[in-house]
Design a protein around this ligand. Structure first.
Ligand SMILES: [Zn+2]
Length: 138
C-alpha cells in the first residue's frame, strides 16, 4: 500500500533547502534562475523598508531579468508563482511544531526535549550541503 503523500508545505521546504544549501550558481543558467526564483525567491522578502544599503530589494530579480531576457510579464509571473509557494510554505513551522507535540504526547517526552529538536533542525538546515539528509528527517 502506498504511503500518504507528503504535504506540499514539506515538499517546498525541502526543495528550497536543496537550493539554498547547494554551492551551485543558480543565476548562471536561465532555467536554474527561474527555479530559484520560484522556490526561494530573488527579491528580499524581509518585512522591512527595502534599502539598498541593507538589502538588495528587487535588484537580484531585475539582474536576472536583464541577464536572461525576461520580460516584465515574465517577471510578474515569476513573482506570482513565488507568492504562491510562499503562501503554501507559510504553514511549515506550525506543521513541524504540531508533529513534535504529537510525538511528544505519544511517547510521553518532556517539552524541553521537543523544543531542543528545533535547535537541531535549525542547525541542520543551515549546515546541510546535500539533499541526502532528507531521508533522515522524521
Ligand atoms: Zn529588504
Amino acid at each position: 500500500m502506498a504511503e500518504e503523500p507528503a504535504p506540499l508545505v514539506e515538499v517546498f521546504e525541502s526543495l528550497a533547502r536543496v537550493l539554498t544549501t547547494s554551492s551551485r550558481d543558480w543565476g548562471a543558467y536561465w532555467a536554474d534562475a527561474w527555479l530559484y526564483g520560484v522556490l526561494v525567491g530573488w527579491d528580499c522578502e524581509e518585512a522591512h523598508e527595502h534599502d539598498g544599503a541593507w538589502c538588495g530589494g528587487d535588484a537580484a530579480t531585475r539582474g536576472m531579468a536583464e541577464q536572461h531576457g525576461w520580460s516584465e510579464d515574465a517577471v510578474a509571473r515569476l513573482r506570482r508563482y513565488r507568492a504562491a509557494v510562499r503562501a503554501a510554505s507559510a504553514g511549515f513551522e506550525e506543521l513541524r511544531a504540531a508533529t513534535r507535540q504529537h510525538i511528544a504526547a505519544v511517547y510521553g517526552l518532556p517539552a524541553e526535549m521537543v523544543a531542543g529538536w528545533d535547535a537541531i533542525d535549525k542547525a541542520r538546515v543551515t549546515d546541510d550541503t546535500t539533499a541526502s539528509s532528507e531521508e533522515t528527517s522524521a
